[in-house]
Design a protein around this ligand. Structure first.
Ligand code: GLN
Length: 197
C-alpha cells in the first residue's frame, strides 16, 4: 500500500487523512522529521500559512522538507499548503517564507476575507466539474512557463488558475478535502503512479 504523509502541524489534517483512506492509501500524520522517511507522497493541508511556517521551523521539519522537495517528493498543497509551496507570496507577513517548489505567485486572501468565502463548481481538465470550497483562498496571480494549469475559475474578474502542477508538485487554491468528491486527490495519486512507471 502506498504511504502518503499529511503534514500535521496545523490545519485540516483529519479531512485529508479521510480522503486518502477512502482512496486506499496509507495516510500518515507527519509532525517530526523522521516521519518523512520512505513516503511516496505528502499533502500540505489548508489552515494558516504563517502558523504552518512557524511550526515547520520549530518542529525541525523546515529543512528536511526542503530537501525532500528538492529530491522530487510528490507533494500536494491545498490553500495554505499552496502558499507554502509557492515561489512568491504577496500580502503575507513581512517575514513570511515559502519553499518555492511551485513557480507561481500567490496573493494571500486574494478572493476576499473569511466572510467572502464561497463555494462554486470548478471545471478540472480531464475530470469535469468538482465542488470548489474557497476559504480565504490564495489567488494565483502568475504562473511560470513550467507550470501546468489544470483548472481555472472565474470569480467575476476573468479566469485565474486554481489547480496547478509542476512535475511532482501540485497546488490548489480551494479545499477538495472538504467535499465528498475525491477526484482532485485521485489526480494527485495518479500522478504519483506516473512517476513510478
Ligand atoms: N489565508 C490562509 C493563509 O494565508 C489560507 C486559508 C486556508 O488555508 N483556508 O494561510
Amino acid at each position: 500500500m502506498r504511504r502518503v504523509g499529511v503534514l500535521a502541524l496545523q490545519g485540516d489534517v483529519r479531512e485529508h487523512v479521510g480522503v486518502l483512506e477512502r482512496l486506499n492509501v496509507r495516510a500518515e500524520r507527519v509532525r517530526r522529521p523522521n516521519q518523512l522517511a520512505g513516503l511516496d507522497g505528502l499533502v500540505i493541508p489548508g489552515g494558516e500559512s504563517t502558523t504552518i511556517a512557524y511550526l515547520l521551523t520549530t518542529s525541525g521539519l523546515r529543512e528536511p522538507l526542503a530537501r525532500a522537495l528538492e529530491e522530487g517528493l510528490s507533494t500536494f498543497g491545498t490553500c495554505a499548503g499552496l502558499i507554502m509551496l509557492s515561489t512568491s507570496v504577496s500580502d503575507g507577513r513581512a517575514d513570511q517564507w515559502s519553499y518555492g517548489a511551485l513557480d507561481v505567485a500567490v496573493r494571500r486572501n486574494g478572493y476576499g476575507r473569511q466572510v467572502a468565502s464561497f463555494e462554486a463548481p470548478v471545471a478540472v481538465r480531464g475530470v469535469g466539474d468538482v465542488p470548489g470550497v474557497f476559504i480565504r483562498a490564495p489567488r494565483i496571480e502568475e504562473v511560470g512557463a513550467d507550470v501546468d494549469v489544470v483548472a481555472t475559475y472565474d470569480h467575476g474578474d476573468g479566469e485565474h488558475p486554481v489547480l496547478v502542477r509542476q512535475g511532482p508538485v501540485w497546488g490548489c487554491s480551494f479545499h477538495p478535502e472538504l467535499t465528498p468528491v475525491d477526484r482532485v486527490h485521485q489526480l494527485f495519486l495518479d500522478s504519483m503512479s506516473e512517476a513510478l512507471r
